[in-house]
Design a protein around this ligand. Structure first.
Ligand code: SF4
Length: 224
């Protein structure tokens, strides 16, 4: 090997900037970085851009149809999700499936489900602003890959994490918010509905029923 070639082995430019993404939140993730969700998932499973990477069993990247018209974005994985590597698989997930099924939306066919943060926060606390900022570029890449027309944001943290604080859930739920050429709707988190099981008119479950019907109507409008 020539001495010039030997010297080039010490050159920083030999490191692909892309390889450094999982190491530090300061490394940007430019649009188009990941050709596929598989490659993005590999980085998430190796990631330490924030402290949540320390204790994860699995990074929880997403599930569903990679070409879905609807993307559902939650806050962060819980225990069941951390164990399985899949989002919304506990009791909340089962309720979410039922809510979607009530308007004949199929989780494998019609939606893609992900979270703002891919790793589980300790004791199921909400992710911090810094943790959300570290992980958000992965979500932007997921949005680019799936390219959904409708985004459902489950709960206030998901709203804040993606489109910024828009006010109390009681006020903003069920409203369409245009964001980056997509239609977002804040909806109650299924775990909130589990804690508030009443179906009376005006109760959270009843409101969710109104919201999911509006989602179905918009889905049909966009699809045709
Ligand atoms: S939560 Fe996101 S940014 Fe933090 S370590 Fe996990 S994948 Fe990386």
């Amino acid at each position: 090997m020539s001495s010039e070639n030997q010297l080039s082995l010490f050159d920083n430019s030999n490191f692909q900037q892309k390889d450094l993404i999982p190491t530090d939140a300061k490394i940007p993730i430019p649009s188009g970085t990941y050709p596929s969700m598989t490659e993005l998932a590999q980085h998430c499973n190796d990631c330490h851009r924030c402290g949540l990477g320390e204790n994860r069993t699995h990074a929880v990247v997403g599930r569903g149809n990679l070409k879905a018209l609807i993307m559902i974005v939650g806050e962060a994985p819980g225990q069941n999700e951390d164990e399985t590597g899949l989002p919304f698989v506990g009791r909340s997930g089962q309720l979410l499936e039922k809510i979607l099924a009530s308007v004949e939306l199929d989780t494998e066919k019609d939606v893609y489900i992900s979270n703002i943060n891919k790793c589980r926060p300790p004791n199921n606390r909400a992710p911090s602003t810094k943790e959300m900022a570290a992980c958000k570029p992965y979500l932007f890449e997921q949005l680019r890959i799936v390219d959904p027309k409708i985004i459902l944001l489950t709960g206030a943290t998901a709203v804040k994490g993606l489109i910024g604080d828009k006010g109390a859930m009681g006020t903003i739920r069920g409203k369409w918010i245009e964001w980056e050429g997509r239609l977002c709707m804040p909806i109650f988190h299924p775990s909130y509905l589990l804690r508030n099981p009443s179906r009376e008119v005006g109760a959270p479950k009843w409101l969710m029923w109104q919201d999911i019907q509006a989602v179905r109507a918009k889905f049909d409008e966009i699809r045709h």
